[in-house]
Design a protein around this ligand. Structure first.
Ligand code: FPP
Length: 238
């Protein structure tokens, strides 16, 4: 019989989806859903830290999100800035180190300043690492890695292996996600960590992100424990 996974995942990543639908179904504007989604961010982060999950990644803003009306992208950016500021004490209390991944080029100076301050304030924390993806996309990540490799002097492309390539990704040093959770019933990866998700267990729940609570996270972990991970091998070779 194939062994079940009993171990806690080293890295969980979450595509937080359904904020807009949560608000619209209550006759409220979409941004109310994003604000409510922040409660779920806090609860999921505290839950993961308490459980002892070493890495938690949250997809807060994708490159494609710029295609939304400016009123929504402005509101999302200011929510992210406010959240980073207001959540830093919670991160300190829970010994959480925070890092950001994504293309910094299009981000406003005030967003970058808040991000950098949070990174340096939490740098000494030794518990969970929280990875917040802001203006991130998986294709951007692979391209920025390729561009940096092409600039190497002397040219070193011939030395590349998957392990070495990974060290050029925005997630360098972070284990590939064991479990990806996406809320709201959509079953897509939506340009999240394309390279890193190669062997990740995918978990989709109909729960909208603002409603995602500890029992929902626990249900995702239970589903993960029951997965049979073979990584393309057969049981006898594991
Ligand atoms: C997707 O719902 C959610 C987002 C695009 C934004 C999520 C961001 C936050 C909750 C803030 C996070 C902040 C930090 C610092 C981690 P959607 O708008 O696509 O929902 P819909 O599919 O129902 O329209």
């Amino acid at each position: 019989m194939v062994k079940k996974v009993e171990k806690l995942p080293d890295h969980v990543c979450i595509i937080m989806d359904g904020n807009g639908r949560w608000a619209l179904s209550r006759g409220m504007e979409r941004n109310v859903g994003h604000r409510q989604g922040l409660e779920a961010v806090r609860e999921a982060t505290e839950f993961a830290a308490e459980k002892g999950i070493p890495y938690l990644s949250l997809f807060a803003f994708s490159e494609e999100n710029w295609g939304r009306p400016q009123s929504e992208t402005d509101a999302l950016m200011s929510l992210i800035v406010k959240a980073i500021h207001s959540e830093t004490p919670t991160m300190m209390k829970n010994n959480i180190r925070c890092v950001f991944i994504g293309d910094r080029e299009q981000l406003d100076k005030n967003v970058l300043e808040r991000m950098d301050t949070c990174v340096s304030q939490t740098a000494g924390n030794t518990g969970m690492t929280l990875i917040v993806a802001v203006n991130y996309s998986g294709k951007w990540d692979i391209l920025q890695a390729v561009k940096r490799i092409l600039e190497l002097n002397p040219p070193s492309g011939h030395l590349l292996s998957p392990e070495i390539f990974s060290t050029y990704l925005a997630t360098a040093g972070v284990p590939e996600p064991d479990l990806m959770i996406r809320t709201s019933g959509e079953m897509r990866i939506s340009n999240f960590m394309l390279w890193q998700l190669a062997y990740t267990e995918l978990y989709f729940t109909p729960v909208l992100w603002p409603d995602f609570r500890r029992p929902d996270f626990e249900a995702a972990l239970n589903a993960y424990y029951n997965r049979k991970r073979r990584f393309g091998k057969i049981q006898e070779s594991l």
